[in-house]
Design a protein around this ligand. Structure first.
Ligand SMILES: Cc1ncc(C[n+]2csc(CCOP(=O)(O)OP(=O)(O)O)c2C)c(N)n1
Length: 648
């Protein structure tokens, strides 16, 4: 029974007649004669069927549903989504949103959003995470009810902990009376969002199309408002699939999306903070998830130059140029230890920055700071806190705690510092800045010198891997997806918002490759290619499928496998336990190495339709492999290099 009792029969075409016409046109397209059931509809010259045969043919058989030419609920849902101007939809198909899927590709003409086929829901979400951090706007993700959302959940937690926006829609057959026995029950829930509610910002299960419009626009506004996070809408299958009466369609309204202005910290508090900063002798600036837009980096450079303050960049976002002479991240520990004033902008773990906790049986915490240090924080994190998942880290009290978005507050903070700075103080601060700038002259050389250790080693040193990549990309328009060992940050020149993609957020392994493919999608549209250096353990989870997605949708990305043939981090943990228990480390490889057989990642890539190069064990093989790979990526295609490396 259609849910809408006012549905009129004239809106339906009978199942058999349409099926016959369809068969006929399909046969025509294939150059074949249509078979018996379709002949009457296909050939006007054929003798007409008897009235009884006609009646039998055109009667709706009880097992076939009536067909409709009307606009459907899911078409209207796509009207709503289209107002949000989302470019792509990442998706593994599922029957709980089959009507929405069909509406995207036919009614919505597969544009804005365009369907990006994924091979795992975890990859759909991780792609959206990587994309949003480059494009500065969310993706739309559809996941199958219950089981699709279960697959997606770790990636949603990563994106939540990373404060990245995305609009997720899942389907659910709300009305138990209408559920077909079997699978529709298995994939239905009473409360569709319950399993991810702890790590989404907002969810709703709208009961009508009007409510869907309101809730989806509200969800999108909340997701993109600071602090950003994923949101989830549960779309009832009945609402999606039922035809829309013209009159009803005319009555539906789609509210306008208006972005929320990010909250700026209180003006008086900003002025107090500026006074303290100007007066401080050895201030330090810690930045983590500060940069939100393309303006952020320029503002931070202006602020640091004005105060001549050293910056410790924890790289949750692309905050500060890594070669700026005030970027002193490599000696962050020493700076924090001697600081009299520390300002943290959107820190994710301030306690961890200010304290050291040893990994021994009886945990001991030691402060890294001077006793009298004054602390300040500008952060939006306290505006979104949930109880269960502990991503908020240990409580860290500070002297000036300003609630607000740090980037939005920066212009006011710069103005307040300018106001506080006398000419005499400016001179003193310039002298401080000169010393810091002098000191920084040695940073790059020191990094290259350190990178030289084990230069010719086989397996390849991780520093050499990153150095060889840099040598070949440095004059191009490049972006970085991820870098497990972190040498790129020391050796490459990173001064654009897309020059790295931050971290997974919650340390959920498996994110790096799909997030890089998502970032590469945004970078492709901006005319750049993406390079990502990905751990083998991380890659194995959903990386191969993400490669196929990149091949299918022509997304230019170079995935370099940092192949240490191990879950090396876990290897180190087991080593620590074996040492602690004084049992020797000769059995550490059990459960921590990925050998015997060694995985051939180049072959895995080839199986996914992506050119695979390697395994490369001799570092001299890297340069020609990279040359070959970059030629492919510059043609707009994905490619993989399997580099057999030192552990880290
Ligand atoms: C989903 C998930 N499972 C397990 C872990 C535990 N874990 C942390 S690092 C790591 C190893 C990852 O291996 P790889 O990407 O090759 O990096 P490596 O440690 O070898 O440098 C694992 C399994 C995790 N963080 N997330």
């Amino acid at each position: 029974m259609p849910r809408n009792p006012s549905l009129k029969r004239r809106s339906f075409l009978t199942g058999t007649a349409v099926a016959a016409a369809g068969l006929a046109s399909e046969a025509k397209a294939q150059g074949k004669a249509p078979s018996s059931g379709a002949s009457a509809a296909a050939s006007p010259k054929a003798a007409g069927p008897s009235a009884a045969a006609m009646a039998a043919e055109t009667r709706v058989p009880p097992e076939l549903p009536p067909l409709t030419t009307q606009k459907t609920g899911s078409d209207f849902m796509i009207d709503v989504i289209k107002t949000l101007k989302i470019d792509y939809l990442t998706c593994v198909p599922g029957s709980t949103f089959r009507a929405l899927h069909e509406s995207v590709i036919n009614y919505g003409n597969n544009t804005a959003p365009e369907f990006i086929t994924c091979l795992h829901e975890e990859a759909s979400i991780a792609m959206a995470q990587g994309y949003a951090k480059v494009a500065g706007k969310p993706l739309f993700v559809m996941v199958h009810g219950t089981v699709g959302l279960q697959h997606a959940s770790m990636a949603i937690y990563n994106a939540y902990a990373d404060r990245v926006p995305m609009l997720i829609v899942t389907g659910n057959a709300d009305d138990a009376n209408d559920r077909r026995p079997g699978i529709e029950w298995l994939h239905s829930v009473q409360d569709g969002a319950a399993q991810v509610r702890d790590y989404t910002k907002w969810d709703d299960s709208p009961g009508s199309l009007g409510a869907f419009a309101d809730s989806t626009v509200r969800a999108y506004q909340l997701s993109t408002a600071v602090p950003m996070a994923p949101v989830l809408i549960v779309a009832d299958t009945g609402l999606q699939e039922r035809p829309l009466e013209e009159r009803e369609a005319r009555g539906l309204k789609i509210p306008k999306y208006v972005p929320l202005i990010p909250p700026e910290a209180d003006g008086n508090a900003v002025r107090e903070l500026a006074k303290a900063l100007v007066a401080a002798q050895n201030p330090v600036l810690i930045v983590d998830r500060y940069a939100r837009t393309a303006n952020a980096m320029g503002l931070l450079v202006q602020f640091a130059d004005l105060l001549n303050i050293p910056v410790v960049d924890q790289r949750g976002r692309v905050n500060f140029p890594n070669r700026h002479p005030l970027n002193h991240s490599t000696r962050g520990g020493a700076l924090i230890a001697q600081a009299d004033f520390i300002l943290a902008l959107e820190p994710t773990d301030l306690f961890g920055s200010l304290n050291n906790m040893s990994d021994v049986l009886i945990r001991q915490t030691k402060s890294r700071t001077k006793v009298n240090v004054k602390l300040a924080r500008i952060s939006s994190d306290s505006l979104l806190v949930r109880s269960n998942y502990q991503d908020f880290q240990r409580y860290s009290p500070v002297d000036f705690d300003l609630a607000g978005d740090a980037e939005a507050t920066m212009p006011a903070l710069i103005a307040a510092v300018q106001h506080e700075l006398s000419d005499a103080r400016k001179l003193q601060l310039t002298a401080r800045g000169d010393k810091l700038r002098d000191l920084s002259k040695g940073f790059l050389d020191a990094a290259w010198q350190a990178a030289g250790y084990g230069w010719d080693a086989s397996p390849i040193s991780t520093a050499r891997l990153d150095a060889e990549i840099w040598a070949q990309i440095k004059d191009d328009s490049w972006a970085m997806g991820s870098d497990l060992a972190g040498w790129a940050n020391r050796l490459w020149n990173m001064d654009k918002p897309w020059h790295h993609n931050g971290s997974a957020g919650a340390g959920g392994v498996g994110q790096a490759t799909p997030a890089a493919v998502g970032a590469a999608l945004a970078n492709r549209d901006a005319g750049r290619y993406t390079v990502a250096i990905v751990g083998d353990g991380d890659f194995n989870m959903v990386g191969p499928g993400a490669l196929w997605t990149a091949a299918h949708h022509k997304i230019p990305v170079l995935i370099v496998i940092h192949n240490n043939r191990a879950y090396h981090q876990e290897y180190m943990h087991i080593q620590r336990m074996a040492n602690r228990h004084n049992r020797g480390i000769d059995r550490n490889w059990i459960g921590t190495t990925i050998r015997d057989p060694n995985i051939n990642y180049a072959k895995v890539a080839e199986g996914m339709g992506v050119r695979g190069i390697g395994p490369i064990t001799d570092p001299r093989g890297l340069a020609p492999a990279l040359k070959q790979a970059l030629a492919i990526v510059k043609k707009g295609e994905p490619v993989l290099i399997d580099a057999v490396t030192q552990p880290r």
